[in-house]
Structures are given as C-alpha cells and as structure tokens.
Design a protein around this ligand. Sequence first.
Ligand code: PGA
Length: 236
Amino acid sequence: MILLANFKSYKTRNETKNYLLELNNLLKNINILDEIIVFPSAIALQNTIGQISIGSQNIYPALNGPFTGEITLQQIDEFNIEYVLIGHSERRDILNESIDFIAKKFNFLVEHNKKIVLCIGESREIRERGETLAFLKSQLSNLDLNYKNLTIAYEPIWAIGSGLTPTLNQIEETLQFLADLTNKKIIYGGSVKLANIKEILSLSSCNGVLIGGASLNVQDFSQMIKIASSINKIRS
Ligand code: PGA
C-alpha cells in the first residue's frame, strides 16, 4: 500500500525538517512494508530520510525557464524526488489549472519517467446529480492509464478538509469503477484520519490513502502508518 501526506502550504522549512526527523525516529524500529511519501511545500523539499520518501506537490512541465513562482524538473531532481502530485482539486479550482494543462504535466512526467500521483474527484453537485462516475472518466480522458508509474488518487472535493467522507460503499464503488479502467494503484483521499483509516484501507480495491490535515500531526501520521502495517499483516 501507499500512504501519502500532503502538507499543502502548511509548515515552514524548519517545521518540516523537525517533523521528518521525528517521524523517522518514531518509525525507527518498525519494518514498514508500505510506501510512505511526504509532500512538503516546495521550499521545504529535501532528500529521502530513512523509510520516508519526499514528493513534490506540483511541477511546471519544463526542465527550467522563465516561469515565475513555479517549480521545475531540475529543481526537484536535486532532491532525487520521484513522486509528483498533479491535478489536486485546490490547483484545479483555486489556480484554475485546466484539464489540458494537467495533461501537459502528465505527459512531461511520463517523458521523464517520474512517479505520478494524479488526483481526480467530483464536487458535491456532481455527486448529487448522480454524475460522479462519468465525471471521473472525463478527468482521465486523453491520459495514458497504462503508464507504469501511475497512481490515481480519488478525492471527492466535498470530502477534502471538511471532515465528511463518502460511505464505505460509495468509496468502494468508485474505486472499483476506476480499477476497471486501469490496473494501476488507486488510492482514496478526503478527510482520512485516525478514526477512519483502518476501515478505508480495508476496502479490497483501496491501495492506499492521501492524507492532508490529519498528517500534519506527526504522532497521528505515525499511528496511521502503524495501522496500515497491521492491515498488511492480515492481508498477507
Ligand atoms: P484532507 O486533505 O485529508 O485534509 O481532507 C486531503 C487532500 O487534499 O489531499
């Protein structure tokens, strides 16, 4: 399984460094079978620490160049970063990233053999109109769903940061729908926390989780990693 922590624009560079040192310490004597990737803000990027990999929350599809305020491939390569998050609803909605621009990033990352975490998800209105599955399919159109280093994160927009989550049946139905479209890893995100991670990870079609707010507390995130490990033991 794969457990991702999305720090968004929380934590300074120092706070991130201290968090990672502490998390590494908390996991010291545990043999982690899952992939753990923390996505700090761009100014706090660093190299892998112990069993924790570092990912980039964003990329501008270029090696470098005149792209004020953006982060490019050469800059993330300096930290040997493999995982890059694209298509997060906050970037789609607040920064107006279009489906075409996300496809550009996707293709650029494929070209450079990076591990892509592509976020997709419906708004509350789309869910209420019963159009979720068709909408998710449209967010995946024109993308190579056979790309070997692809993970799809299903994150209903209305569940992000709201404390609300879909029912387990709704999550399972949606992840299963996506699993029928691609054989790549499918994970869930949106208000995952200590209280619900076990039941979400126990769903047969769920290959991991993307955690925002609840990952900011290092004790909570390390507990969640331990819960995931215990599920692995039951599964294997
Ligand atoms: P949340 O965020 O866990 O705070 O809901 C998830 C995300 O936006 O990736």
